[in-house]
Structures are given as structure tokens and as C-alpha cells.
Write a protein that binds this ligand. Structure first.
Ligand SMILES: [Zn+2]
Length: 290
């Protein structure tokens, strides 16, 4: 966590919340779709921090009186590792002493969760058409912590936090492993997606995360059907279905949208990619997209 980090925590907003509230970058979620909200905490961007660290690193080496050549080779090694895209995936369960933590260990498991983080990351890079590491967010490690917290999950920086209580409270007849897998695809998207340096519409950020979950095949049955919803930026499944419609008009749409969101955000990105404004697209979607 850094001083530069800006954290967004979702208040308990519903679909009927005024648009002005939802436009303010807060989360929109329906209690009818999720028993508890995804809490979305994301740093503004890690890029500022990283560039600062990179600038500071040589000075630190000089202070430590390491030979300049040694320092240079260490930096070169670090750069090479970064260029090779050496991302590590790790998972821990700090709630193994709770019923939900035990259910996680039994029904999901840390080994499986690590594989999901890896598979989800590859899937996200593919969805965002980020073939080279240079095109991706500079993330060295994606971690999961299963912990005794409320809610469903949240992501802060490169760390995903999953609620053991949510796992424990999931219906006993339900496929809790598939549910956790879907949640991890959603949260892993937050690790990798651009958010317009914090300026992006919060509903869109959540919609992209659920779009990835949709395309991964782990969308739950209780989601809205295509064509449902009141606004394009309602977030989550509503926005995910809408983005799927946009992608049907323009293959690679979500990849292009995410790429544009690297340095800022404008609703006009929709028009730049498809030739139609987001409002026009939403009207078309409500007419023909169901
Ligand atoms: Zn989310």
C-alpha cells in the first residue's frame, strides 16, 4: 500500500439509486444478484509508484556502495525478468480455523486457486489482446488471501481478498468451487485492467470484470439475461451483457476499450471504437440486443 493509493469501497447501492450517485465512481450492485457486494478497492495506479522505485533504485545502490557495475547488472536482471513476464501466483488461507476457511480447503484448495489465478491472468491478457508483457500492467505477482471478512471479495493492488464467510455461507447444494472460480476471474480482472488512472466510470470497471467472468464460462445462472437492465453503466452483469453486445458489433471491442483506458477515460471511447455513441449503442441494445 502506498500513499498514492486511492481506495474505492462500495457503499450499498441498489439498481434504484440515483444516477448521480452511481456516476460518481461508486459501485453499483444489486442485492438481488449478489448476497453481498464485491468490494472494489483498487489503487489509482501502480505505475507512478513503480517509476518512482525505478528512479530511486540506482541511488540506493550507490548509497550502499555497491560497485556500479554490480548495480547495473542487478537492474538488468530485474528488467530481463520483468520483460520475460515472470508473474508469480500465490494463495494463502488465513481462515482455516473457521467453517468457511475449512470449506475452502475442502471444496476449492490453495493449489487449485493458484492455477485459477494463472489461467485467469492468461485469459485476461488474451481478452485484452495483450500479447506482450509491455502491453500489460506491470504486475509481478498476483496473490489470493482467503480471510475471515465480510462481503464476497475485493482487490487491492495485486492482492485479491476472498471472504471465507462467503464461501462458508454459499448454499450447500451449490457448486462453490465454480462460484469461487468465477469470483477469481472477476477479481483478477481488477488486477490487470486499466481504469483510466482512476477516472473510469466505476460501473464500467465492474462491467469489464464481469465481462471477463462471462466469457470465461463462469457466469452464474442468476445473472440478468441479455437486453436486461436500465443503464449501460449499471455495472456488473448488466454492463457485462452490454459489452458483449458491443463486442458482437466490433470484435475486440473490450480489448480496444481497455487499451484506451490506460491514461484516462471518456464515454467517447465507445464512439471512437464503434462509430456510435454509448447512448446510441445502449438504445440499440435495448431494441435488438435481447
Ligand atoms: Zn469488482
Amino acid at each position: 500500500m502506498t500513499k498514492l493509493e486511492r481506495v474505492r469501497v462500495s457503499p450499498y447501492l441498489t439498481r434504484s439509486s440515483p444516477a448521480s450517485q452511481l456516476q460518481s465512481g461508486l459501485e453499483n450492485f444489486s442485492p438481488f444478484l449478489y448476497p453481498t457486494p464485491y468490494i472494489y478497492k483498487q489503487p489509482r495506479t501502480s505505475r507512478y509508484d513503480r517509476s518512482k522505485k525505478q528512479q530511486a533504485a540506482p541511488a540506493a545502490h550507490i548509497k550502499m556502495k555497491l560497485h556500479a557495475a554490480v548495480a547495473a547488472s542487478l537492474l538488468a536482471l530485474a528488467a530481463a525478468a520483468s520483460a520475460a513476464g515472470a508473474v508469480t501466483f500465490d494463495a494463502t488461507n488465513t481462515a482455516s480455523g473457521t467453517p468457511g476457511g475449512r470449506r475452502f480447503d475442502q471444496a476449492v484448495g490453495l493449489g487449485y486457486a493458484k492455477r485459477v489465478l494463472s489461467d485467469a491472468s492468461a485469459f485476461i491478457w488474451h481478452t485484452f489482446d495483450q500479447r506482450s508483457t509491455a502491453a500489460r500492467k506491470p504486475v509481478a505477482a498476483v496473490t489470493l488471501v482467503v480471510e475471515d471478512i465480510g462481503g464476497v471479495a475485493f482487490t487491492s493492488g495485486d492482492a485479491i481478498h476472498l471472504s471465507a464467510r462467503y464461501v462458508g455461507g454459499y448454499p450447500s447444494g451449490g457448486d462453490v468451487r465454480a462460484e469461487v472460480t468465477g469470483v477469481l476471474y472477476h477479481e483478477a480482472t481488477h488486477v490487470w485492467q486499466w481504469d483510466g488512472r482512476g477516472a473510469a466510470n466505476g460501473g464500467l470497471v465492474e462491467g469489464i470484470a464481469d465481462y471477463v467472468r462471462l466469457k470465461s464460462g463462469y457466469a452464474p445462472a442468476h445473472w440478468v439475461k441479455p437486453g436486461q437492465g436500465d443503464r449501460w453503466d449499471q455495472g456488473y452483469d448488466v454492463t457485462a451483457r452490454f459489452l458483449d453486445y458491443c463486442a458482437s458489433l466490433k470484435p475486440g471491442f473490450v480489448a480496444q476499450l481497455n487499451a484506451k483506458m490506460k491514461d484516462g477515460y471518456s464515454d467517447d471511447f465507445f464512439a471512437q471504437i464503434t462509430g456510435k455513441s454509448v447512448q446510441q449503442l445502449w438504445q440499440d441494445y435495448k431494441k435488438y440486443g435481447g
